[in-house]
Design a protein around this ligand. Structure first.
Ligand code: SAH
Length: 210
């Protein structure tokens, strides 16, 4: 497959998402721009534009494109918004978000040092200005707070830790899978003066947060 084939496969993926869901055009444009094949291991490359999760090594997976699209939509981000991601993985989701908010606005933390290192390199090579840190999401980027939004691509069993919600400014949002494997829900928290409002967006399956 050459670049033109990948671009055609990507267009087909986006057409499918457009037909099957009401994902925002801005999110779809971001999905159409990011070369997902460049984020997945060589042997899975031919399936990069199927709407399914793929293994990325170290027992982790990159989410299916429709899930990345849904979570990106729920963030409700605009150019210039500052974003905190917990769980860089291969860096694909961070790249999709960076397409929308622009260079220098995405801060991502990854627990597995090898994944963090390869995502950092890959994002740089592909021209995405995303800050990647290896470590625990609960302590990352304190000095960069407050963020406009945060999202998790790993599921905390007992709800989003306060340390992460606290890094989002009033009026901001946190999108995350929460709960134990087999009983996870996708939630969106909106941080308000009076407290945190919670919406449920259905059952999901993510790797557990460590
Ligand atoms: N957004 C990623 C999805 C990766 S899967 C992508 O596009 O590829 C979720 C990732 O969360 C895994 O790589 C896992 O190592 C990481 N993770 C789990 N617990 C974490 C924690 N406490 N802090 C940071 N990252 C964590």
């Amino acid at each position: 497959m050459d670049d033109a084939d990948h671009a055609a496969a990507r267009r087909e993926l986006v057409d499918g998402l457009r037909r099957r869901s009401d994902i925002d055009e801005r999110t779809l444009a971001a999905i159409e721009s990011v070369p997902r094949h460049a984020f997945v291991p060589e042997r899975h490359r031919s399936r990069a534009y199927a709407d399914r999760p793929l293994p990325i090594g170290h027992d982790q997976t990159v989410s299916a494109p429709h899930m990345v699209a849904l979570m990106t939509d729920l963030l409700d981000i605009e150019p210039g918004d500052r974003v905190f991601e917990v769980g860089t993985g291969c860096g694909y989701h961070a790249a999709v978000v960076a397409e929308i908010v622009g260079p220098g606005n995405v801060y991502s933390v990854e627990y597995v040092p090898e994944l963090a290192e390869s995502a950092r390199k890959r994002l740089r090579q592909l021209g995405y200005d995303v800050t990647v840190w290896a470590g625990d999401g609960q302590i990352a980027f304190r000095d960069e707070a407050p963020f406009d939004v945060a999202y998790l691509t790993c599921a905390p069993a007992d709800g989003v830790p306060d340390s992460i919600v606290d890094r989002v400014q009033t009026g901001g949002r946190v999108v995350a899978p929460v709960g134990r494997v087999g009983a996870q829900r996708l939630v969106r928290l909106t941080v308000k003066e009076e407290g945190v409002e919670r919406e449920d967006h259905g059952g999901v399956r993510f790797v557990p947060m460590r």
